[in-house]
Unconditional design. Structure first.
Length: 219
């Protein structure tokens, strides 16, 4: 089928199957019968719901009178592309997080309408699914095992319910600190190379500003 070989390189595998099937004068049910699969399976291939495996591609090529290479070189379906190691990362949005001070971070807690962009000292592009974020420079020995000096930490200030063991920014005494949240008993725990730093027991409202999402080491 030379005319099929001229389809654009970015044509999907499913589209190539469909075009080759039509050129062969087959409907989906007839192709399915030749392959020993169901008609919905063929429909799913053509719609890009999922791609046939390599062995089935070889059977398709034979049934459709085209080459295996032609079918295999089509673009993969979205679900197949999502199986690659970097797919989840690449789908995340790039956001420009405003870099603010610890004092301004506390104001974010006290004023629900506070906008970190209004007090931004700088911006840092980050890849994250979180929509409401700001960043701050950390220089705190109490968490130096997780965040060395001059680490930039991105905080999701829409999330004020940290999971047990997650790092969060809190202001238990109206001064922002980054600590690991522990639920039982409720406490803000250091993660330090210096054993002198002790957990801080939380009674009542822990005053969580947000949860840490990304950290960037600045050199």
């Amino acid at each position: 089928m030379p005319e099929l070989e001229r389809l654009p390189v970015l044509t999907s595998i499913g589209e190539r199957i469909r075009q080759a099937r039509k050129a062969k004068g087959l409907n989906q049910a007839e192709l399915a019968l030749r392959l020993g699969v169901s008609q919905p399976t063929v429909a799913n291939w053509e719609a890009g719901v999922h791609d046939p495996r390599r062995l089935m591609l070889a059977k398709l090529a034979e049934a459709l009178g085209t080459s295996l290479e032609y079918l295999a070189q089509g673009a993969r379906s979205q679900i197949e592309r999502d199986k690659t190691a970097g797919a989840a990362y690449l789908r995340r949005a790039i956001r420009h997080a405003p870099v603010i001070s610890f004092a301004d971070a506390v104001r974010m807690l006290d004023d629900p309408l506070a906008d970190p962009h209004a007090v931004a000292e700088d911006y840092i592009p980050v890849t994250t699914n979180a929509e409401r974020v700001f960043a701050l420079f950390l220089d705190d020995e109490a968490v130096d095992l997780a965040f060395p000096k001059d680490t930039l930490v991105v905080i999701d200030y829409a999330d004020r319910h940290p999971a047990d063991g997650a790092f969060c920014l809190a202001a238990p005494h109206r001064q922002a600190i980054l600590r690991r949240w522990r639920e039982s008993p409720a406490r803000l725990e250091p993660h330090s190379s210096n054993p002198a730093h002790r957990p801080l027991a939380v009674v009542g409202d822990p005053r969580i500003i947000g949860c840490a999402r990304v950290s960037i080491r600045v050199h």
